[in-house]
Design a protein around this ligand. Structure first.
Ligand code: ADP
Length: 310
């Protein structure tokens, strides 16, 4: 039977500088990026549903069309009346250093749980094989909406959905580290698969090694743990069996945006296809290495063809 994946997150308008005062506009966001690379990696038919709220304006319509163009299912892209998507700008200084500026305080995605309560129901999500969310999905919700999300995930889990969580810690989105630690701990307790970056845990939980992160997550009963450590590669455990995948050598790192997101998409696609974790990480590392050789979060479809011909 066709597998179904529900991926919850925020997709924003992305503007990156081409030359001074000239920007390229596209759409990106951690969970959206993962959904795109997951879908592109699936050889078998799989329904990848993007679960979010967008507004009712022109740019929201464009965003929905961009999601459709990636062959993702848009039924769970709910509409928040009068709202609009968040936006971020990537600027590059004279030395090639990039910096990000965000306008997302009032983005439509923050209303996703309220839209869900009025426009959808848990029945629409039941039966999904996997539910994927990130720490950014948690950070942008109010306390009450975060509670509603955890309740929803409990119900999906009780009905057999596998739960996948990537913390993607963004300090600026949290009122305090304590609030963030509490939310992430609760998310991990629900997760069957956890995909953190070592850096997130260094800052937030004061873990200094991959082994410490693994021990912490094993205590929380996470069965499948993939710890990402940038160019040092990943280390994983599945039901206490360990494995690793070094990062692939690349000729030139152009832009590391979405390295972790594409890794997650590739890994989950392989797992959905029945590939064992120790082989799934190898495929994912190859995909992430390809992505860091290109500018922006989403490698355009024409360039992406080259990944398959390698
Ligand atoms: P996150 O953004 O989630 O912290 P990482 O930066 O750890 O993710 O990167 C995820 C994966 O992407 C790494 O495990 C590796 O496979 C690949 N990757 C990241 N940076 C590089 C790099 N400079 N060269 C090759 N592969 C990379």
């Amino acid at each position: 039977m066709k597998k179904r994946m529900v991926m919850m997150g925020e997709c924003m308008v992305e503007m990156y500088q081409l030359v001074e005062n000239v920007y390229h506009q596209s759409f990106a966001g951690d969970v959206f990026n993962t959904a795109v690379y997951l879908k592109r990696s699936c050889e078998q038919p799989v329904d990848v549903q993007f679960f979010t709220a967008v507004g009712t304006d022109l740019i929201s319509d464009k965003l929905v069309r961009a999601v459709e163009r990636e062959k993702l299912d848009t039924q769970l892209m709910l509409r928040a009346k009068g709202a609009r998507p968040g936006l971020y700008m990537i600027n590059t200084d004279a030395y090639g250093e990039r910096s990000f500026v965000y306008w997302r305080e009032t983005s439509a995605a923050r209303q996703v749980m309220q839209c869900f309560a009025s426009q959808s129901s848990v029945e629409q999500l039941l039966g999904a094989d996997m539910f994927y969310f990130s720490g950014i999905s948690l950070a942008i919700l109010s306390d009450a909406d975060r509670r509603a999300l955890f309740d929803l995930i409990h119900q999906l889990k009780a009905h057999g959905s596998q739960v996948v969580f990537d913390p993607n810690y963004r300090p600026a989105l949290w009122s305090s580290q304590d609030a963030c630690r509490a939310a992430f701990t609760e998310a991990y307790q629900l997760a069957d698969i956890a995909m953190p970056g070592l850096d997130d845990h260094k800052v937030l939980f004061e873990h200094s090694t991959v082994a410490e992160v693994q021990a912490f997550l094993q205590q929380l009963d996470v069965a499948e743990i993939i710890v990402k450590d940038g160019k040092n590669g990943v280390v994983g455990t599945y039901l206490d069996e360990g494995f690793a995948a070094p990062a692939h050598q690349v000729k030139k790192v152009v832009d590391t945006t979405a390295a972790g997101d594409s890794f997650n998409g590739g890994y989950l696609a392989a797992r959905l296809a029945g590939v064992a974790p120790e082989d799934a990480v190898k495929y994912a590392a190859r995909l992430a290495a390809f992505v860091v050789e290109h500018t922006g979060a989403i490698v355009n479809k024409e360039h992406f063809q080259r990944f398959w011909s390698r």
